[in-house]
Design a protein around this ligand. Sequence first.
Ligand SMILES: C[S@@+](CC[C@H](N)C(=O)[O-])C[C@H]1O[C@@H](n2cnc3c(N)ncnc32)[C@H](O)[C@@H]1O
Length: 406
Amino acid sequence: MSKSQQAFLDYYKAHNISPVAQDVSDLNKHFQRRNALYRQCGLPSALIKGKDILEVGPGTGHNALFTNSFAPKNYVLLDGNPKSCEETERNLQEHFDDCSNINVIQSNFWDFETESKFDLVCCEGTIPWQNDPEAFLLKLSSFVKPGGLLLITSSDATSYLSEVLRRLIARIILSDSLGSENNAHISLLNTTDVLDTLRPFFTEQLSHLKGMSRNVDDWVHDNILQPLFGKPLSISQAINTLSENFDIYGSSPQTITDWRWYKDIHGDNRNYNERAVELFSCQIHNMLDYRMVYPEQAAEFGDEIAKVANEIMNNIFLLDKVAVDDYPSALKTVVHSVSGSLSILEKLTEKYSNETSLSIQELKQQLSCWSQGDKFNTHLLKFSPWFGRGQQYLSFTKKSWFEVTE
Ligand SMILES: C[S@@+](CC[C@H](N)C(=O)[O-])C[C@H]1O[C@@H](n2cnc3c(N)ncnc32)[C@H](O)[C@@H]1O
């Protein structure tokens, strides 16, 4: 892997940022939210107290404040971005008098080696969009003790589609602000000017996102400007990657149900992972829009949605890969292709969600006007409130000897 293709690290280091700060001005609220996540993933505080924990990619360490409040015995936090390590150390030292249980390590995860194993290994917001997310996940999982827990996030083209479409809108807004005769490729622009241009639009967009706890510039850096060269990691990919040594345990959103009598669960009937993959494959449409929860659909229907979402994502990500000189024409071509895909998605979503379908329709219409030479109309009544379920949290238990041998 060439150094210029390191997911997250290149962009964060180049801008000297760790753009994932959480608003912790109301620490109770922050802790209640983190507790809600840990509850949904089946992680009560007793599973943290006195335990050995590894967190990869802590970002600013705001999430670590909650984890460390339960006094783990050893808490290793590893991040490859100097700014993230600095922020993590600063935040932990500010909130805890005794940090002797904490070890912040600055290292690229791929270079990290240790003989130690951990009761809990967590890695949020870091695996999807790595160049090889499955290899990253397998390496991460090797640090979990038998019977221990792994907490990760997944994200795919469907759950992340609304953000991916906003990447395209941002590039159109930048192009409009410079005039179509100028090349608006992000690498040619000054970052401060880019943020100033985009901030009003995204401030309005994010005002619709209930529970938003990050600042707008951070969000724009992380979701809109940072080039994404790597690959997503869907729920089923994550489960399948780990299934030899791990069983799915919990998730947020919490959708795993199991009505079986526990005495029937042994031998070939254990199949926790296969059942979870089946459950999630009927919920793909519910990943597209966080505003509602619809009854499950046939897996084939979810596959159709995922196929279109992937086409859109691949097209939009192309914009970060084209040569600078080709960018203006590539932008037009991508808008044209995405409009076609949105027509298909509009029809698919119409079958179960009027609200999602109208959001898509409005964007499609605005893209069409822009293609015909109008300035992009940023007043989007139906599109603005549409966000997907971005990333999902999945917890896994590492199989014990009696589970592996069956
Ligand atoms: C998007 S941030 C997520 C931060 C935090 N976990 C959260 O969910 O808010 C990803 C973090 O992982 C770190 N990271 C990404 N790839 C890494 C790698 N290969 N080695 C070490 N750290 C990495 C980044 O520096 C960053 O701090």
